[in-house]
Structure formats: C-alpha cells, structure tokens
Design a protein around this ligand. Structure first.
Ligand code: HEC
Ligand code: HEC
Ligand code: HEC
Ligand code: HEC
Length: 419
C-alpha cells in the first residue's frame, strides 16, 4: 500500500453534477508543445507551470497505463480471460487509456498515450484555442467544456470512473480472478500521490479556491459510497452467472485462511449470518465516522440503511436493488457532507474509536481507516508527532495476506490513546 507524507492544501467547489465530456479529444501531443505545457521547467511568468507534460510523461503512472497492457502480467490476465490481447481489449483500454470513440479522436490522438490530459480535463476540441487567449479565465474555460477538476466532487467522480468503475468499465471478479490487482481509492491520498503538476499558491486560490485535506477526503468518501451503491443498482451486480459478481463483496470474507476464523457475534446484531459473504461497506463506515463527529442525529439512520444493505447482499438481487436505491437517495440528501465546519480532529478520533472497538474489522475497513487516519493527521498537522503510532498501524495493513484484525485493533487502540 502507498503512503504520503507531503502536506499540500487543495481546492474547492460543491456541485454533484456528473462530468459530461462529449468533445473531441485532440491527444497529448496537442498539449505538449514546448511553448504550451511542454516546457523544460516551471514558467515563472505564467499562472500555471507549463511543464505539466514533462511531469506527466516522466513520473505519472497514468502516462504508463497503456504500456502496462503490454507487460507479461497483462498478457497473462488477457490469456486467462480468453482475450486475444490486453491492448486490443475495450475492457482494458477503457481504464488504461483515454478510450473515446473513434469519431471523438483528433488527428494527433494516440491511444498509446494512456491516461492523458484529456482523460481528466475533458476533450479540448472546444477550448484548445480559447484557453490561451489573454482574457481567458478558468470560468470561461469551464463554459467552453473543460472539466472542473478543481471541484472536489467532480474530481472524485472523474477518478472513481477508473479507480472504482462505472456501469460500462468495471474490474469484475472474473478480471480480478485472472490476476488484476484489487482496486481501492481515497481521493486525498491519491491526489497527493499523483505527481503534482500544479501548486496551490495565492494566485491559484484566487482563481479556483482551495479546499482542505479534510474536505477532499470527505468528498472522496461521499462520492465513493454513492458510486458503489449506484453500481450495485446496475446490471453489473447480478453479473452473467447464477451468482452475483463477487467483486462487490468484501474480498477477504472469502479469501483468507480457514484456520483464522474471523466471524464475530456482533455481525449477528447486524442481521448477518455466519458463512455468507458481505457487501463492501468501508466507505459507508468512513461516513459513519464523519456522522459521529459532525451529525450524530443521522447515525441511527445511516447504520440502519447500511445494515439493510448488508442483509440484502445475503438475500438476492431485488433486495440489493431496493436497499441500494434507498441508500443512494439518502446519501445524496446529506448536505452536511458537502460543506460545514472542519471536523477533522473529531472525525479522526471517531475513526480510531471505531477501529479500536473492532467495528472496522475487515481488511478493506482497516485499509480505509489507515488512509483516513494518516490523511487527516497530515491535514491537522500533527502527523510527525504521531508517526510511530501511524507506522505501527501501517504495518498491520501493509499486506492483506498477513492482515490480522486483532493486531489492527490493538494498534488502533494505541493510536487512539495518543490522540
Ligand atoms: C481513465 C482512467 C483513469 C482516471 C480518470 C484516473 N486514473 Fe489514476 N490510474 C489509472 C490507471 C489505469 C492506473 C495504473 C496505471 C499503471 O500503473 O499502469 C492509475 C494509477 C493511479 C495512481 C498510482 C496508484 C498507486 O498505487 O500508486 C494514482 C495516485 C492515481 N491513479 C490517482 C488518480 C487521481 C487522483 C485521479 C483523478 C484526478 C485519477 N487517478 C484518475 C486510471 C485512471
Ligand atoms: C475499472 C478500471 C480498470 C479496468 C477495467 C482494468 N484496469 Fe487495470 N488497473 C486499473 C487501475 C486503477 C490500476 C491501478 C491500481 C492501483 O494501483 O491502485 C490498474 C492496474 C493494473 C495492473 C498493475 C499495474 C502495475 O504497474 O502494478 C495491470 C497489469 C492491469 N491493471 C492490467 C489490466 C488489464 C490487462 C485489464 C483488462 C483485462 C485491465 N487492467 C482492466 C484500472 C482498471
Ligand atoms: C489523472 C488526472 C489528470 C491528468 C491525466 C492530468 N491532469 Fe492536469 N490536473 C488534474 C487535477 C486533479 C488538477 C488540479 C485541479 C485543478 O486545478 O483543476 C490538475 C490541474 C492542472 C492544471 C491547472 C494548474 C493551475 O494552476 O490552475 C493544468 C494546466 C493541467 N492540470 C494540465 C495538464 C496537462 C497538460 C496534462 C497532460 C500532460 C494533465 N494536466 C494531465 C488532473 C489531471
Ligand atoms: C463469495 C466469495 C468471494 C469473494 C467475496 C471474492 N472472491 Fe475471489 N475467488 C472466489 C473463488 C471461489 C475463486 C476461485 C478460486 C479457485 O479457482 O481456486 C476466487 C478467485 C480469485 C482470484 C484468483 C485466485 C486463484 O488462486 O486462482 C483472485 C485474484 C481473486 N479471487 C480476487 C478477489 C478480489 C480482489 C475480491 C474482492 C474485490 C474477491 N476475489 C472477492 C471467491 C470470492
């Protein structure tokens, strides 16, 4: 698992509109000229760096996403799935490249560019000319169709389209079973871990605002929870066979040694039966921590809706669709998750408490809890002082192969005592 130790503060915006991108994609070569975004070093005169292409091509894994499809690992995955090749398969290209329809590709577009500028910023057809004009503003660029990556809810949706999936591009259990790595996502950590090609300075704040690490983390949890329950409502959940797609369930409910019995009595309180897989609820549990810290009145409803969903996951498709619909509607109404005070200290404590109580018992819970605890500590500013406790907690989630719920819980208790 990756970690981050840099502190940078980011941007703002609160709409829930899905990013819609229907413009022609001109290709990275259209952005990369030496006088445009391909300078050798940061340009001191301009408000943006103008060396974004250099950073992306040298250090950003998105630039290598297509090349990944040519590796032996991808060849093996493709062969197991019965695909002639990975780089020729739509299902792989949809997330490992900017795979827009052929009619939406400009003359310089190359699929081998991988996840290029326009995969995140939107097709540049309608703004490539205007965005360099002297009177261009960020607002006028957005009006021309540039995607609002500075809006953290929109950004979360863009990233999640590949890092969790959509109804059309998804890492099914078949793809995972063929060897694809398990996907996990936390917006603030992943924003920080992408090599930065922008800086949030005074000029940036003036143009785009600057949400805090807490706000970015919160937006990521909300959008991931909404995306997950919406995917449960798509045709992906029942899948093609007589069993639902296992990718929606907690991986480690099935994938751990049998002599390490993890079922505990509290799950019976949730209405769950031993020996059955559980749907994933790691993002819902992070939202529960947010609720414990900022809006305790909603905790009983959220807990009930989550339990209903988990129980439905042991009943069948209709029950899942019903519970997911209710939960999606509820999540979208929670305006307190889109604005409001900085409750980072109380939220961090709530995560540590849920972990120390053993509520966060699955590996995916523990992984999100660790990322949240570290992200929020960096935001709060005391991560250095807590470093040995965070390191100890990291050791317990570093590998899902050796994950032990009791060791995680004990490390969480020690961190809680240090807060
Ligand atoms: C079009 C699909 C797509 C979009 C959109 C996308 N990513 Fe990715 N991302 C990928 C793929 C594929 C990889 C893995 C690339 C590889 O190594 O081959 C990746 C890798 C990463 C990594 C490295 C992961 C690691 O384990 O170190 C980070 C960080 C990341 N993405 C952050 C983001 C963020 C933040 C956003 C949104 C602003 C985003 N991504 C949007 C497809 C996407
Ligand atoms: C839903 C989007 C999605 C789909 C579909 C998808 N991938 Fe990925 N893939 C990702 C992301 C995101 C990562 C990076 C995961 C991370 O590090 O968090 C990744 C990582 C990988 C890696 C590991 C790369 C590394 O450097 O560690 C391989 C190999 C890979 N994908 C191959 C494939 C192949 C082959 C297919 C088609 C069968 C495919 N992927 C389909 C999103 C996807
Ligand atoms: C994985 C998603 C992703 C990819 C790929 C990507 N960007 Fe970005 N970019 C972002 C995010 C997120 C931000 C920060 C939010 C914002 O300012 O809009 C950003 C910001 C920017 C900014 C604004 C800086 C400022 O000060 O306002 C520029 C310019 C930019 N990117 C250019 C590029 C170029 C050129 C490429 C391709 C070489 C590229 N980006 C590739 C996600 C991406
Ligand atoms: C309901 C139980 C269940 C869940 C939940 C589940 N799997 Fe599986 N998984 C299986 C079964 C059954 C197989 C087939 C094992 C075999 O062929 O020996 C399998 C196979 C695999 C394999 C191939 C392993 C091998 O040895 O061939 C991988 C990798 C994998 N799953 C990953 C995942 C990931 C990642 C998740 C969570 C997103 C997940 N699984 C969720 C039951 C499950």
């Amino acid at each position: 698992m990756t970690r981050l130790w840099v502190v940078v503060i980011l941007l703002s915006g609160q709409t829930l509109a899905a990013p819609i991108d229907t413009r022609v994609h001109l290709g990275v070569a259209s952005c990369a000229a030496g006088v445009c975004h391909g300078k050798g070093a940061q340009d001191q005169q301009s408000n943006v760096w103008l060396n974004e292409f250099r950073i992306w091509s040298a250090d950003d894994r998105h630039a290598r996403a297509y090349q990944t499809l040519l590796t032996d690992e991808s060849k093996t995955i493709a062969a197991k799935l019965g695909l002639p090749s990975a780089q020729g398969a739509k299902i792989c290209l949809d997330c490992h490249a900017d795979n827009v329809q052929t009619s939406k590709r400009g003359p310089k577009f190359q699929i081998s560019d991988g996840v290029g500028c326009e995969a995140c910023h939107g097709g540049a057809e309608s703004w490539i000319e205007t965005h360099t004009e002297p009177d261009a503003t960020h607002r006028s660029n957005l009006a021309q169709g540039m995607l609002a990556t500075e809006d953290i809810n929109v950004r979360a949706q863009i990233c999640l389209s590949c890092h969790l999936g959509t109804a059309n591009q998804f890492a099914t259990h078949q793809i995972l079973g063929a060897g694809h790595p398990r996907l996990r996502f936390e917006l603030e950590a992943f924003t920080q871990n992408q090599p930065p090609h922008f800086s949030v300075d005074a000029d940036y704040r003036e143009r785009k605002g600057a949400p805090s690490g807490f706000e970015v983390w919160r937006a990521g949890q909300l959008q991931a929870a909404i995306r997950y329950v919406e995917l449960l409502n798509s045709p992906l959940y029942p899948g093609d066979g007589w069993l639902p797609d296992f990718a929606f369930y907690d991986c480690h409910a099935c994938h751990h040694p049998m002599d390490d019995v993890r079922w505990h009595a509290s799950r019976r309180g949730q209405g769950l039966l031993p020996g059955s897989p559980r749907l994933q609820d790691q993002h819902l549990l992070m939202i529960r921590a947010l609720a414990e810290a900022s809006n305790t009145a909603v905790v009983p409803t959220l807990t009930q809706l989550t339990d209903n969903l988990l129980q439905a996951g042991q009943k069948g498709e209709d029950a899942v669709h019903g519970a997911a619909t209710e939960l999606a509607a509820w999540l979208k109404q929670q305006d307190w998750l889109k604005s409001g005070d900085d409750r980072s200290t109380a939220t961090r404590k709530a995560i540590a408490e849920l972990a120390a109580q053993g509520v966060l018992s699955d590996f995916a819970h523990a992984e999100q809890a660790f990322m949240g605890l570290e992200t929020l500590s960096i935001h709060i500013g005391d991560a250095r002082g807590l470093q040995s406790r965070l390191d100890e907690l990291f050791d317990t989630v570093e590998s899902d192969e050796t994950f032990s719920p009791s060791k995680f819980r004990a490390a969480a208790r020690r961190l809680l005592n240090a807060l």
